[in-house]
Design a protein around this ligand. Structure first.
Ligand SMILES: [Zn+2]
Length: 323
């Protein structure tokens, strides 16, 4: 029976101008010589859901690897904080450089700091069988647990995503693909990477995290990372499939305060009132927000202040739109 080792190691270090170091660390659970998988989180410094998922996965692994010899057949790497500077300073982007770290991939070893960090992360994840990149929307929008997949990689990734115990798979067309993300860079280099979006920025939604943990463990078991005899709860969430043809964006007609009147993640009907936009200066309603279709409300504004054009909601139509 293989011995389990758990280590926290530093995969990237950069000396700062004064006495500090920027260190990116991972926790490694090494079981047998089975497949190697990874979870990455915190690439945006205001997104915390993935950090809690890493904690819950670590708790599960610590328990099972101590109680059940041989439970871990492969190797699990948890990277809870890719943008350490951003997380430490509650900043979405990479502080000082004022750039989105997830727009600087795949990076280069001799580039500027964002590109050096990205390159270090890419080198560390090379050869993994599966990477799960967890995002938490932003502070403005709340998302149901979902996977977002570039159509180019759908054939390989959708079957994995279907077992993640999430509620939605959103397939993005080529036009909306961001090639400078970690997910696109990894998938382009043959390292399968699934992007999970869920919850809201600066917060943790424990029930969403528990839901995803069950899905991740299920996929790891299927890949042979976890021994087949280890019991896991059954999957209770089966995703709907959305693509660019049946997702509707609701943008604010006027600036003001958006007050929702419908709960997130519910069925809505064409013409149904989803909320109102009001002004703090007077009692009038500035704008009514109504559903354009019969569908499912899967994104809902969390931060109430809106400007003209601000995104308030996304609805997945139950039937694809006819062109
Ligand atoms: Zn993000």
């Amino acid at each position: 029976m293989s011995e389990i080792t758990t280590t926290i190691d530093t995969i990237f270090t950069l000396q700062m101008p004064y006495c500090e170091n920027l260190d990116i660390r991972r926790t490694v659970f090494q079981g047998g010589d089975g497949p190697r998988v990874a979870v990455v989180a915190g690439i945006h410094g205001d997104e915390l859901e993935g950090l809690y998922v890493c904690h819950r996965l670590a708790a599960w692994l610590e328990r099972y690897t101590s109680e059940v010899p041989g439970a871990l057949r492969g190797r699990v790497e948890l990277y809870p904080a890719l943008n350490t500077l951003g997380l430490d300073t509650l900043t979405r982007s990479l502080p000082v450089f004022d750039t989105d770290l997830n727009r600087n991939f795949p990076g280069s070893p001799g580039g500027d700091v964002p590109h050096r960090i990205s390159n270090g992360i890419m080198e560390s994840l090379a050869g993994a069988e599966l990477v799960i990149d967890i995002h938490a929307s932003n502070i403005f929008l709340r998302e149901i647990p979902q996977v977002r997949i570039n159509q180019d990689f759908a054939g390989h990734l959708v079957p994995l995503a279907e077992k993640l115990n999430l509620d939605l798979i959103w397939l993005h067309g080529a036009v909306t693909v961001l090639e400078s993300t970690i997910a696109h860079s990894l998938n382009s280099r043959g390292v399968p990477c699934l992007v999970v979006e869920m919850g809201v920025g600066m917060r943790v939604t424990p029930e969403y995290c528990e839901q995803l943990v069950i899905g991740i463990l299920t996929v790891w078991k299927e890949l042979g990372v976890i021994a087949p005899e280890i019991p896991l709860p059954p999957l209770v969430h089966h995703p709907l499939i959305a693509d660019d043809s049946n997702v509707h964006f609701l943008n604010a007609q006027t600036s003001g305060m958006f007050i929702p009147s419908t709960a997130h993640w519910t069925d809505v009907h064409k013409g149904e009132l989803l909320g109102t936009i009001v002004s703090p200066h007077h009692g009038q309603i500035l704008s009514q927000v109504r559903s354009p279709v019969d569908g499912v409300l899967f994104t809902l504004r969390e931060y109430p202040i809106v400007y003209e054009g601000s995104l308030m909601a996304r609805i997945m139509a139950k039937k694809p739109r006819r062109k």
